[in-house]
Design a protein around this ligand. Structure first.
Ligand code: TMP
Length: 255
């Protein structure tokens, strides 16, 4: 890449020092992992699509008053974001049962929950991001009680907003995961939505058919993984010639 200083490399993204203090460049890779890194692979073009999908959703959320880390998209795979101290919690919302809740509690996949529920995991790869209770967050001081109030309120609002966006394109938001960061500006600390929102971090099922259009296609070896990510982008209108026109139809290369 360049002589830019790399700050961190995660499973799906690399972070570089940004051009101005307080900024970071977030680079989206095609690498995919599942089950805490036990399954590894590549989803060709995923980085380009997730960059674009996450930009779109963060901008829509910002319009609705959710503070986010997103500043601007720089190119096909990179976006400029506010530098943050990441709160070490993964916040999961579930509208319909799927994934780990089914395994953990013996619930049938696809069962609609009576109301959306929120779960927390401790962000720690070595431990496999274990499920935690809010008590753990308080007692280990991973986030303050007032931050937790903000996080819970914002997360349910995000659920309402993006459920609506996806419903508008014929997709049901089954569940998703978000992360938050503390952006410091002098004496001020702002809690912002960070990381990404994409088919890596959401489950999306087509209304009517329940066809899966998310990373479960990779997790469960269902095939048509690249096509699913492309379809989400297409349905959101992020196709060639829309927006700033940088996303071109991806050449689908089967690995
Ligand atoms: P789960 O059913 O595996 O707990 O996942 C719930 C949601 O959170 C699903 O939409 C995928 C997303 N997720 C992530 O984005 N990163 C993760 O590390 C995990 C475990 C889940």
């Amino acid at each position: 890449m360049s002589r830019r200083k790399q700050i961190y490399e995660g499973k799906a993204k690399i972070l570089y020092e940004g051009p101005e203090p307080g900024t970071i460049v977030q680079y989206f890779k095609d690498d995919a992992t599942a089950f805490n890194n036990q399954k590894k692979g590549t989803i060709t073009g995923k980085g380009v699509l997730n960059n674009r999908i996450s930009e779109f959703l963060m901008l829509r959320l910002a319009e609705m008053g959710i503070p986010t880390h997103f500043l601007k998209r720089l190119n096909m795979r990179e976006q400029l974001v506010k530098a943050c101290e990441i709160v070490p919690i993964e916040v999961i919302v579930r509208n319909t049962a799927a994934g780990s809740i089914c395994k953990r509690l013996g619930i049938e996949e696809g069962q609609k929950l009576p109301r959306p529920i929120i779960e927390f995991c401790y962000k720690n790869d070595e431990l496999g991001d274990p499920l935690i209770a809010e008590e753990h967050i308080a007692v280990f001081n991973w986030a303050s009680p007032s931050e937790m109030d903000e996080i819970v309120n914002m997360t349910f609002r995000i659920n309402d907003i993006i459920s609506g966006i996806f419903a508008g394109i014929g997709l049901k938001l089954i569940d998703f995961k978000v992360e938050y960061g503390r952006h410091y500006q002098g004496e001020e600390v702002q809690l912002v939505l960070a990381d990404e929102i994409s088919p890596d971090s959401c489950r999306l099922w087509e209304f009517g058919t329940n066809r899966k259009l998310d990373k479960d296609r990779f997790r469960q070896d269902m095939g048509d993984v690249e096509e699913a990510y492309q379809e989400v982008a297409n349905r959101l209108g992020l196709t060639p010639k829309s927006g700033t026109g940088e996303v071109t139809k991806l050449e689908i290369i089967k690995s």
